[in-house]
Design a protein around this ligand. Sequence first.
Ligand code: ADP
Length: 640
Amino acid sequence: MAKKQFKAESKRLLDLMINSIYTNREIFLREVISNASDAIDKLCYASLTDDKIGLNRDDFRIDVTVDKEKRQITVSDNGIGMTAQEMEQNLGVIAKSGTFQFRNENGDAAEKELDVIGQFGVGFYSAFMVSSKVTVISRAYGSEEASVWESSGADGYTVKPGTRDTWGTDVIMTLKEDTDEVSYSEYLDNNTLSSIIKKYSDYIRWPIYMDVTRSRYVETDEVKEDGTKKKEWQDYTENEVVNSRVPIWQRPKNEVSDDDCKAFYKEHFYDFEDPAAVIRVSAEGTVSYKAMLFVPTAAPANYYSKDYQAGLQLYSAGVMIMEHCDALLPDYFRFVRGVVESPDLSLNISREMLQHDRQLKVIANSIEKKIRNELLKLIENDRETYNKFYKAFGLQFKYAMLNAYGSNREQLQDLLMFRSAEKDSFITLKDYTDAMPEEQKMIYYAAGETVASLAELPQTERIRSKGYDILFLTDDVDEFLMNMLGTYAEKKFCSVNSDDLGLETEEEKKHAEETEAENKELLIFVKEALEGKLADCVISRKLVSGAVCLTTKGGVSLEMERYFASLPEAVSGGQTIKAERVLELNPDHEVFAALKKAFDEDREKAADYARLLYGQAELAAGVPLEDTAEFNRLMCRLMK
Ligand code: ADP
């Protein structure tokens, strides 16, 4: 029979597995046993919802057997099994379920890949780390026929008809010959195998049976001088359950270490980084439930695509009834992974019914609070981890608030972070208001493309000279968010471009008004010289050492203008939304004096100056020069 070829990525992974220099080979057993357990879960679930199947939960089991002569380890289950076609589909390609996303781009970085392999759930293929041949005999539940899949590695596989007494699957792994470096034979030792099972698969809910060899001190037929029988140590073998079967989330908190939880997370949810936080809940009351939840540190590769399935695994009475129960999580916490188990839920429940299930709602509310509290705790106690987490997931809090028109602000506003001008790090709104000097009335922010450009904004100088911090906003949504929030802790948000920064004394105000009145003609002249580019030209109350700055009036800021311009035409409908630009002049700057002088003596020169100053203001604001050629021409003319 002709061999079929593995799919390309599978072949690559397989190559790596076969030639693995990866030392943690023993995980192959965990992977194969997990598959067996999943297969039983599937059948068990089907039998709970379909009376016709009518299987007894106690009959489900996994068996691990060893044949030393043939150098074979067999993992058998009486789960759902596979048809020949399913074998093709499932074993010919890498984890169809998307549990393993192989990173092709890592081309030659073999070391790196191996590391990735070691950390991920690598599935069925890991059997090839220890086996020279893998044979899978499977009979799907409800089918009379069995099939045999077999492969000796990367050169392909065969599928042919076979026999199996009952439904289920046997995975027969023929171990490689020992080499100088590696003893594969050690896996033929029952005690080694049972300790590997204990290490990785202890919480598998189905019993894993194995022959375990022990010694006992027993009487022999030989009689000693004193008439008693001689005793000696004898080995005996018993087929027993080697895993303790209680799922990790059901175990008392003090029995499960942090490391256990992290290991469970990585293995179960296919992450190779430790979670940022582990949340354990054991709730009794109107609804009882247990949960083990994880806040990831980094977003999975598919997180921002349609492929990502949010939701928690929902168990009832020891059976997984839903793999991605999204009704348990608000959308803005969709990054949370984990398991929830409640004895109070009906197993026969459909997806639609779950959405409306009252008990589920109670659990969801309670979970939401726990997650929020845990995140707040991280902010308080482990800022570094929170920062990392926030980098990966923070943006969605902002979108979630905007999308809900702020109705969820109480839940989310304290989780937001912004860049602080003073601290040069990310801070929360609470950090900001806690550090505000008593006389500071508002929360200042500046929006722009990069922190570096914001740090140079001339209009921030006055605020900073007072010792007030400024939030630097660099996400597109930020300004919209600030507009929507309006206040935090009863303090108003105030853009550094706002015409009233609330910093002036009455006297300063009066002085500025007078200066403005005195220079009215000049200001009108500048505005006109700029031929429609400006909505206004004013005497600035924000500048200290800078000569000019560009601000806006009305609801649209320069940042918003940039954002709208970046939208594809299909969204914007070809409409351009423009900010109303205001040129602010520093009356105390010598440039202003020069402008004034030119205005009195040489209007043409004054008009040139006005255009140059506008160009300067554009540059300082981080917006592209509207007319680069003219700016250059003016510069040259000035220097001549
Ligand atoms: P996964 O991460 O999806 O488990 P694997 O490579 O380990 O990836 O397995 C691929 C697929 O093969 C599984 O998703 C399952 O459909 C099927 N499979 C593997 N082992 C068994 C088994 N013992 N019984 C039934 N199906 C199995």
